[in-house]
Design a protein around this ligand. Structure first.
Ligand code: SF4
Ligand code: SF4
Length: 326
């Protein structure tokens, strides 16, 4: 066994101890083909108002611009699935599973800091830079190149072992290590469940999402009002949307995470009550959650959209015609 392979095995063992579900290694080469597809997605107008996506495209394509010393990209996936399939109650706001527990940016970063510290102890002169959804890094592409999984028609990274409830994170390392075999096969096959289930028809082609139509974009990224034509389809989602993951057959293989900080917090999301949430209560409830990142104004706008829809449906059911909106 070559030295690099022995070292990789040690890193894999340590990653497992730290609760990193999958790990892989790839060469930091320019990803021109993927970069062209990304540019086309922007040119087609599918990034909506996420103008920051249009910046730093060269950094996305060439990892050496982001970290000139990089010789290996370590990709990792952390499982956040918690087996708590709540019944859908129309009067209760729904939050995307990834935000049920504590903020993943902090937890995944902590795990990667520990892994990098381990590498530095084992290998003198080792150094690196950590990314968790924090810079122009094409995380899903590197995960495929590192052999972790494939990109589903819902555009998410899917693994055979545990489906798609995964957070991705990377270490750009200054040491050259042997690369893993990239994940070449796509196991979606003829399935189109995610495309058919998306209530807003946001999946315009396999793997291509029109952000403007996506509930996740509308309830998290969009700072303006949610377009009227989409509101009836948003239902009671008040932060994110999981529909295209919930229907994915590969998520039958989900395993409950070992990271308890991702378990759901007990928060009453009754739309009638929570629409009156104060700034102080918002900070208290969500201080260590990624939800706090959208701030109270946006959160309340989302709740209002869901609540208006609930009232509209209730009144329609009772009176048989749509009531006028205040
Ligand atoms: S997150 Fe929801 S709205 Fe967005 S593509 Fe998936 S199902 Fe459609
Ligand atoms: S629902 Fe089907 S098509 Fe969509 S990502 Fe999952 S396997 Fe692929």
């Amino acid at each position: 066994m070559k030295n690099s392979d022995i070292f990789i095995n040690k890193i894999r063992e340590e990653a497992k101890k730290l609760g990193l579900f999958k790990i892989g290694f790839s060469k930091p080469e320019e990803i021109k083909k993927e970069g062209e597809l990304f540019k086309k997605w922007i040119d087609d107008g599918f990034c909506s108002e996420m103008d920051w996506m249009k910046n730093n495209i060269e950094k996305r394509i060439n990892p050496k611009i982001l970290y000139p010393k990089v010789k290996t990209i370590i990709s990792t996936a952390v499982n956040y699935f918690s087996d708590n399939r709540k019944k859908n109650m129309p009067e209760t706001g729904k939050i995307s599973r990834y935000a049920w527990g504590e903020d993943y940016h902090i937890i995944v970063r902590e795990k990667l800091i520990n892994l990098l510290d381990f590498i530095k102890k084992e290998y003198r002169n080792a150094d690196g830079r950590i990314f968790v959804d924090s810079a122009p890094v094409m995380e899903k592409i590197w995960a495929v190149k590192s052999g972790i999984g494939w990109l589903g028609k819902n555009s998410l990274l899917i693994t055979k072992e545990a489906g798609s409830w995964l957070f991705l994170g990377e270490i750009f390392l200054n040491i050259k290590l042997n690369s893993s075999k990239p994940f070449i096969q796509n196991h979606c096959g003829k399935c189109e469940r995610c495309i058919k289930a998306c209530p807003t028809e946001a999946i315009v082609k396999p793997g291509i999402i029109n952000a403007e139509r996506c509930i996740s974009y509308q309830t998290i990224e969009n700072k303006s009002e949610i377009p009227l034509n989409l509101r009836p389809h948003i239902g009671n989602w008040i932060y994110g949307c999981d529909i295209c993951q919930e229907v994915c057959p590969w998520n039958k293989f989900s395993k409950v995470t070992t990271e308890k900080r991702f378990f759901p917090k007990k928060i009453d999301l009754d739309l009638k009550k929570i629409r009156k949430i104060s700034e102080e209560e918002f900070q208290k409830k969500f201080w260590n959650s990624s939800i706090k990142r959208i701030k109270i104004t946006k959160f309340k706008k989302n709740i209002k959209t869901a609540y208006d829809l609930l009232i509209l449906k209730d009144d329609t059911a009772k009176n048989g015609f749509p009531p006028s909106r205040e």
